[in-house]
Write a protein that binds this ligand. Structure first.
Ligand SMILES: Nc1ncnc2c1ncn2[C@@H]1O[C@H](COP(=O)(O)OP(=O)(O)O)[C@@H](O)[C@H]1O
Ligand SMILES: [Mg+2]
Length: 262
């Protein structure tokens, strides 16, 4: 489904460096792949490179193929077609992922019009249904509100609804619960899993990015461990967490264990 080979991101400017260095992996159809590693290891830049959304000053080379189609180097207008129907993303910060000036319903309706060819009325109606499906109370009212009126958890629900509205082949979730209160984190994770199932066949593949091993062991089938921009270990999630081979993975697992059992 998604084939990444030798993906390298260079960050320019005075302190030129290589935050992502020769990363390669594949995500199969419907697979749930976790990308784990400490803060600053290059997880977000990897995700942004896949989406063609790198910040200014950063450049990617290598290969990112979605269903055989090379995405690196695609023109912005072609990439816009891919984002939405091919590969979508949920960010850590749902507030900045949404446009503060545009009503929630219109933001959810927008990809439905653009990628599913719905007219304005049908898209607006479907947006309210989607808000309802992701557990937003009083969805008609929420659709007319601006993002700032919703709680952090509700905003992330909106982002999940938008990301899956067009039944993408791949969903990238970059620390989707990290910014939320502990009490709502589990709800949002559960919602993400249910929402992926609700898309139906073909089930979207998931690239789940986190530094939280407890979360990843719940959600993912297979894991990639990234350290200083390189993948140092990969394997089935349960095996890798039970018997990590690389010293860095061992440290991650030991730290997570210590956190969970103070
Ligand atoms: N826009 C940018 N320009 C230059 N360097 C960046 C930029 N964004 C992140 N970096 C650097 O790249 C490295 C990886 O960042 P990031 O991918 O955000 O890590 P993670 O998501 O794993 O916490 C960090 O050292 C960070 O300082
Ligand atoms: Mg990050």
């Amino acid at each position: 489904m998604l084939d990444v080979a030798d993906l390298t991101v260079r960050a320019g400017g005075a302190g030129e460096h290589t935050p992502v260095d020769g990363v390669g992996f594949t995500v199969g159809a419907g697979e749930r792949l976790g990308l784990i590693g400490e803060s600053g290891s290059g997880k977000s830049l990897t995700a942004l490179a896949l989406m063609g959304m790198l910040p200014p000053g950063c450049t990617a080379r290598g290969s990112v193929r979605l269903q055989g189609r090379e995405l690196l180097g695609l023109a912005e207008k072609d990439l816009r077609g891919v984002r939405g129907s091919g590969m979508t993303m949920v960010f850590q910060d749902a507030l900045s992922a949404l446009n503060p000036l545009v009503r929630v319903g219109r933001q959810v309706a927008e990809p439905l019009r653009r990628h599913r060819g719905m007219d304005a009325r049908r898209a607006a109606r479907t947006a309210v249904e989607l808000l309802d499906q992701v557990g937003i109370p009083r969805p008609e009212q929420a659709a007319r509100a601006h993002p700032a009126r919703l709680s952090g958890g509700q905003r992330q629900r909106v982002c999940i609804a938008m990301a899956l509205a067009c039944r993408p082949r791949v969903l990238i979730a970059d620390e989707p619960t990290t910014a939320l209160d502990a009490t709502v984190q589990a709800d949002i994770l559960g919602l993400l899993e249910r929402s992926l199932d609700a898309v139906g066949e073909p089930r979207p593949a998931l690239l789940f990015i986190t530094h939280d091993l407890a979360v990843v062991s719940r959600v993912c089938d297979r894991l990639l461990v990234v350290h200083q921009g390189r993948i140092v270990e990969q394997g089935p999630a349960q095996d890798l967490l039970r018997a990590p081979e690389h010293s860095y993975t061992r440290t991650l697992v030991a730290d997570a264990w210590a956190l969970a059992h103070p």
